[in-house]
Design a protein around this ligand. Structure first.
Ligand SMILES: Cc1cc2nc3c(=O)[nH]c(=O)nc-3n(C[C@H](O)[C@H](O)[C@H](O)COP(=O)(O)OP(=O)(O)OC[C@H]3O[C@@H](n4cnc5c(N)ncnc54)[C@H](O)[C@@H]3O)c2cc1C
Ligand SMILES: Cc1cc2nc3c(=O)[nH]c(=O)nc-3n(C[C@H](O)[C@H](O)[C@H](O)COP(=O)(O)O)c2cc1C
Length: 580
């Protein structure tokens, strides 16, 4: 097809391209072809002919409701981009979060596109719970509705895009017409979102104007279940404890070296931890299976040992898996979470080896864990850093350690690890001239370390203020040396530390914020962006309450009015949270 000289250039180009460059080229060429065929169609029409592309150009819906259900901002950012594109095409577009959406309007809608993420263990985002419950109401009648759902998710989770799938199904059950097939998207959704919108608009318009054909072609560009996220192979090059010996905590700074890293400050690193060796060995011994025998599991073949070590969740199984185990074992088991080892010991299988093959099939993939990236692409090149706190909890009176944090804290240098980038569009740095207030106690400091290195490397002129907190200044001041250096060089304009257990009364970041309320408010009035990262409960709620009180005091508003002020900041994208 190509002459030799062009073929050489083409081969060279794709040989040297990274995955993301290939994705970009793919999209670029598809767009170019669409434009050319549209132009050819128009030329044909002008000459008296007609083409399907021309029909696509003329048939268009006039009004659209674009809903989004988002927790960390990705679905919101996709829907916002969609709204800009549809408005540009002259479609009257109502863009609204399901949280603010008047549920009684649903029955009146004609054209609706919904972008919804999945959170937790296959659940809708918190902002979508009311909407999610409403569409499950059998009395809801949506006979007029023509809809399409784009479901954002992560294929590493056991229940991929479950919330989107549920809502899509319910909208149809309530009488709506699914004009656009459900699009499940992995974390690489950004690379095919635009072509999905093209397709969706064409398919919605198809009901009135018969313009579905060319747009269905565009839909084909969006992968069926989007499993193209880039998996990086990295090597652990540093792993040390940031807490001092006397601390009750362990928080590790881990550096991983990898090639062609593509991320932005505010993103997280996702990885699937292996199961502990002792657990795998115990299961092999209890079931007496041949560890090296192979098994087909979720479209792939593994040895049983590999499946148990790296793929299948063995600890703290969800109730739904325990119920399936009870069916296989033919035993009554309470509806509770348990480990596979406990199930095998307390409720033994009747035909050990035979039944165990069935048990393997009901196991779910190990869910990935996310860690805020604490390095900066500008400052750290081929390294990616994370800040991992050991998660400890009691089971009865036994102290246990979380699977992934336990693994990472002990992971030796030179270990090869696989990971991916979990984008967080809702937690990004502002333009360089803007001021930034960062509230990040504990591991919440991680993305702010990234922000500070990035702003320093970029020479950003905006001011930076960090609130950090932990238990003791002597043992728990994470990244103390770096923070002090940032203060000395002026990268950090302001710093406040809250060390809760260094005095009789506990002092937290929100107390430090209140102490500095007047200046903090002045920064806000001056256009500063404010960020919270770290524990959702109780920290993020306490900090938000303190912030509202500061605004109320400084601006002499009621608490309700101050909440509205904060809501306006959220709406402007100047109050951002990344909490877990
Ligand atoms: C966007 C995002 C960013 C994050 N960033 C960071 C970060 O920068 N640093 C960081 O340290 N963490 C971060 N986290 C948290 C991190 O992803 C993990 O959730 C955390 O490390 C715990 O994982 P684990 O595998 O160690 O614990 P798991 O084994 O998953 O256990 C988690 C919890 O489940 C319960 N549990 C588990 N097993 C049992 C059992 N047998 N019986 C009873 N209860 C049980 C316990 O409550 C336990 O605390 C982030 C999370 C998100 C969503
Ligand atoms: C704590 C957590 C749990 C998640 N659980 C799931 C899940 O069960 N299934 C899934 O497909 N995706 C899951 N995801 C991935 C998100 O759906 C995905 O990152 C999405 O882009 C987030 O969009 P949002 O920012 O609009 O909420 C989870 C993400 C997080 C942070």
């Amino acid at each position: 097809m190509l002459v030799e000289a062009k073929k050489d250039i083409f081969s060279q180009l794709i040989k040297e391209a990274t995955h993301d460059e290939l994705v970009w080229m793919n999209g670029f060429l598809a767009g170019l072809l669409d434009q050319r065929s549209l132009a050819a169609g128009k030329a044909g029409a002008m000459a008296g002919g007609s083409s399907s592309a021309e029909v696509a150009g003329s048939a268009q819906i006039d009004k659209l409701t674009l809903l989004y259900a988002s927790e960390t901002g990705n679905a919101k950012s996709v829907a916002t981009k969609f709204a800009a594109a549809t408005k540009k095409r002259g479609i009257k577009t109502k863009l609204v979060s399901v949280e603010q959406y008047k549920l009684t309007d649903l029955a009146k809608e004609k054209y609706l596109l919904l972008v919804i993420s999945t959170q937790g263990d296959g659940e809708p985002p918190i902002t979508a719970v009311k909407f999610y419950n409403a569409v499950h109401d059998a009395n809801l009648k949506l006979d007029k509705l023509q809809f399409g759902v784009m479901a954002l998710g992560d294929s590493s989770y056991p229940l991929f895009c479950q919330a989107g799938e549920d809502v899509d199904k319910q909208l149809e059950l309530r009488g709506g017409t699914r004009k656009v097939p459900l699009q499940k998207c992995d974390t690489d959704y950004a690379s095919y979102a635009d072509s999905w919108l093209d397709a969706a608009l064409g398919l919605l318009a198809g009901s009135d104007g018969g313009a579905a054909a060319p747009s269905a072609k565009a839909l084909a560009k969006a992968p069926a279940a989007g499993s193209h996220k880039k998996i990086y192979e990295g090597t652990v090059i540093t792993n040390f404890n940031l807490n001092d010996r006397d601390s009750a905590k362990r928080t590790h700074h881990i550096e991983i070296e990898a090639e062609d890293l593509l991320y932005a400050p505010g993103d997280a690193l996702g990885l699937v931890p292996p199961n502990p060796k002792a657990v795998v060995e115990e299961i092999l011994s209890l079931t007496e299976v041949d560890a090296q025998s192979t098994i087909a599991w979720r479209d792939q073949t593994h040895s049983i040992e590999e499946l148990l070590s790296l793929k299948a969740q063995l600890l703290y199984l969800p109730e739904r898996v325990v119920r399936k185990y009870a069916d296989i074992a033919g035993q009554e088991i309470p509806d509770t979470r348990m480990s596979l080892v406990d199930l095998l010991k307390i409720y033994p299988l009747k035909n050990n080896q035979e039944d165990f093959q069935q048990v393997l099939q009901i196991l779910e993939p190990i869910a990935p864990r996310l860690y805020s990236i604490s390095s900066s692409p500008e400052a750290h090149g081929d390294e990616i850093h994370i800040t991992v706190a050991r998660d400890q909890f009691y089971v009865g009176d036994k102290k246990e350690t979380g699977l992934c944090s336990g693994y990472l804290i002990d992971v030796p240098v030179e270990t090869k690890v696989q990971f991916y980038i979990h984008p967080n569009k809702g937690f990004k740095l502002p333009p360089e001239d803007k001021d930034v207030i960062m509230i990040g106690p504990g591991t919440g400091v991680a993305p702010f370390r990234s922000f500070l290195f990035e702003r320093d490397a970029a020479g950003a002129e905006g001011r930076n203020w960090l609130f950090f907190g932990d238990q003791h200044i002597a043992s728990d001041f994470l990244y103390q040396t770096e923070i002090q250096a940032f203060l000395e060089t002026g990268v950090l304009t302001e710093f406040n530390g809250a060390f809760s257990r260094d005095q009789q009364n506990k002092v937290y970041v929100q107390d430090k914020m209140r102490e500095r309320g007047a200046e903090l408010f002045e920064w806000l009035e001056n256009g500063a962006y404010i960020y919270i990262c770290g524990a959702k409960e109780p920290m993020s709620f306490d900090v938000e309450k303190a912030l509202t009180e500061i605004i109320a005091t400084q601006k002499e508003l009621s608490f309700v009015e101050a909440t509205k002020y904060l809501d306006a900041l959220k709406e402007e994208g100047r109050f951002l949270k990344d909490v877990y």
